[in-house]
Ligand binder design. Structure first.
Ligand code: GDP
Ligand code: MG
Length: 336
């Protein structure tokens, strides 16, 4: 902090007039030594949790990545891929924004989805700023309950109307009107996360709304999740892209070894299937499918870690893992 900044703060906080354009050293020293006032100097920093909620596929991950500026969340066109609560952190000199990208708000139909829903619910309770993301095709009827909760939540609420690159202006105006009626307290931001249109406006508004607070995380950190988490997410993304039907939602990935050496990272991961038949499909004829998943995942991992990666994938059968609380807990979910 420069001397001139201290003088500015002094004048602002004590409402004292500057005499002849200068302060006595005693005044400034008294100011700096006072606990109360020293705290005020630190309080110029802003930090907060910004939680992103909304239905699957509306563009939450794309938006978060645009806001964070790094590919840290997994983006695919299939629903329910983001099962974890991912934190991305944006640091500025005098602010820190902590984003969480939560799963959709579908009604649960088995225990895993119930557990995913808990992440969404908890996102409502600890947000400093809430982003409710919807897109130009999203229906508001299927989650009226959730919208009501969002409406009653005390946190500042930004309604992000995404994918406006896909409709004309007339339709957009009608949609904005509709959302104004549905969630009157929301500030509405029409954006295109994909084309990065209006992202800066949203970012600026979030920054304005952050409460004054010291940073929550070490400012050198990009995320609070360990490297293994990203390995898991990248492999899961490749499974989603390579297999149809029930396979992606019947498997879970566990990283058993993550060994970083000087020039290479050695990773062993297990894909857990529920049935032998699924194991067969995952491996494929002559191991072809599994090899493809492995190669694609390795390439992404090498880009992500900026290092050579040796990836070994195994497939194991773990019957009915989706309904077992203990197993779910091992995989990082919190059934309760
Ligand atoms: P999430 O499930 O809410 O996290 O949604 P994703 O971020 O995974 O996005 C779902 C799909 O919508 C992906 O295919 C994205 O490329 C696409 N998408 C996201 N934002 C936009 C946008 O602004 N415009 C268009 N046209 N597509 C988008
Ligand atoms: Mg997502």
């Amino acid at each position: 902090m420069l001397v001139t900044d201290v003088v500015d703060l002094f004048v602002k906080n004590t409402k004292k007039e500057l005499k002849n354009g200068c302060l006595s050293y005693v005044d400034v020293l008294l100011y700096l030594c006072s606990d109360f006032k020293t705290n005020k100097i630190q309080m110029a920093h802003k930090s907060g949790f910004v939680n992103i909620v909304g239905n699957p596929n509306v563009g939450k991950s794309t938006l978060m990545n645009a806001l964070v500026g790094e590919k840290i969340s997994i983006i695919t066109s299939k629903a329910q891929t983001t099962r974890h609560r991912i934190l991305g952190i944006v640091n500025g000199e005098d602010f820190q924004i902590v984003y969480s990208d939560t799963p959709g708000v579908l009604k649960p139909n088995y225990r895993l989805q119930e557990s995913m829903l808990n992440f969404s619910r908890s996102a409502l309770t600890d947000a400093d700023v809430l982003l409710y993301v919807t897109d130009v095709f999203d229906s508001s009827e299927k989650n009226a309950d959730f919208i009501e909760k969002v409406n009653l939540n005390p946190a500042p609420l930004l309604l992000i109307l995404n994918k406006i690159d896909l409709i004309d202006e007339e339709k957009l105006i009608a949609l904005v009107e509709k959302w104004k009626t549905l969630i009157p307290r929301a500030e509405i931001f029409p954006i295109s996360a994909l084309e990065k249109f209006n992202i800066d406006v949203v970012f600026k508004r979030i920054q304005d709304l952050l409460p004054e607070s010291p940073p929550f995380f070490d400012k050198d950190q990009l995320t609070d999740k360990p490297a293994r988490f990203f390995v898991n997410e990248i492999i899961r993304e490749k499974i989603l892209l390579n297999y149809d039907k029930e396979i992606p939602y019947s498997v879970e990935v566990e990283v058993e070894q993550f060994l970083e050496e000087d020039k290479i990272i050695r990773i062993n991961a297990v894909i857990y299937a529920e049935r032998d038949s699924q194991k067969g499909i995952i491996i494929g004829h002559g191991g072809k499918s599994l090899k493809k998943v492995g190669t694609e995942a390795r390439k992404d991992l090498e880009t992500f870690f900026e290092k050579k990666v040796f990836l070994e994938l195994y497939v194991k059968v773990e019957k009915d893992w989706r309904n077992k609380d203990i197993k779910l807990r091992n995989f990082g979910y919190q059934p309760d």
